[in-house]
Design a protein around this ligand. Structure first.
Ligand SMILES: N[C@@H](CCC(=O)N[C@@H](CS)C(=O)NCC(=O)O)C(=O)O
Length: 261
């Protein structure tokens, strides 16, 4: 049995894994785990509801639970070996397939720079950028309610602090975070920053340094692959036309209340 990657390209950590695997010609079977699919169609799940969660999706299926007990994507299966967490998956792939050194350099100080970014990313860019999608698309879709503009502004203000730190601390005046070549740090950062773009919050506008970096990253990845990986998120507004199952709305309420606080 070959390498299997369980992904939904709506999810930014999944896009990182997808782009990294494709760019490095790593052979894998794409296992599509649609986060909203079963819920949106209102179908009953084979495994029933997971009592620890408030809504359903293909990631709550019993069979996927065997790959990732955390019931989150991305996930990897390589023979009998399974792995969760995008960072761990990226590092596993880089080691197993001996990908070009620039992605995760063997030089310990350069490698530490990638680690430094990956550690910072989760509580900064990752903590804020995805909220734009919830506020602009998912909350209105699931609740029928539009949040006040101040809520989005709050998130954008937080994100602006992270972006300033990103430019000053990590990017500085270099083409990429490590210097002249793209690394995992750039890839992890860019996919997260495409989430606001998909919902019309153009964070690259008025940020020329960030915008030039984005172009370089897209070039380094390959425009076609970058576009393909981001097609779903760049057309996310199409989700707004879908009829949501009333039961799902009920299930989602506690999650949404938490986000809306
Ligand atoms: N830290 C994890 C985050 C994984 C994660 O949160 N995945 C989301 C999609 S972006 C998910 O599967 N959410 C489903 C859920 O929480 O029910 C990683 O980097 O892989």
């Amino acid at each position: 049995m070959g390498l299997e990657l369980y992904l939904d390209l709506l999810s930014q950590p999944c896009r990182t894994v997808y782009i990294f695997a494709k760019k490095n010609n790593i052979p894998f079977e794409f296992k599509h785990v649609e986060l909203f699919k079963d819920s949106i169609l209102g179908r009953k799940m084979p495994g029933g509801n997971n009592p620890g969660h408030s809504y359903e999706g293909q990631h709550y299926r019993e069979e996927f639970g065997k790959v990732n007990i955390l019931k989150k994507v991305p996930a990897l299966k390589d023979g009998v070996f399974t792995l969760a967490e995008s960072t761990a998956i990226l590092l596993y792939l880089s080691r197993k397939y001996n990908t070009p050194d620039h992605w995760y350099p063997s030089d310990i100080q350069k490698r530490a720079r990638v680690d430094e970014y990956l550690s910072w990313h989760h509580t900064n860019i990752r903590a804020n950028a995805p909220k734009t999608l919830w506020i602009k698309v998912l909350i209105p879709l699931f609740t029928g309610q539009t949040l006040p503009p101040e809520k989005l502004q709050e998130v954008m203000d937080e994100l602006a602090i992270s972006l300033k730190q990103f430019e000053e601390k990590f990017l500085q005046n270099k083409p990429f975070i490590l210097g002249s070549e793209i690394s995992l740090a750039d890839l992890v950062a860019i996919v997260e920053l495409m989430q606001p773009i998909g919902v019309g919050c153009d964070i690259f506008e008025d940020r020329p340094k960030l915008s030039e970096w984005r172009n370089r990253v897209e070039e380094a990845v390959g425009k076609e692959l970058f576009q393909e990986a981001h097609e779903i998120i760049l057309n996310i507004k199409e989700l707004s036309n879908i009829q949501i199952d009333p039961q799902l709305k009920e299930h989602l309420a506690p999650v949404l209340r938490k986000i809306m606080k």
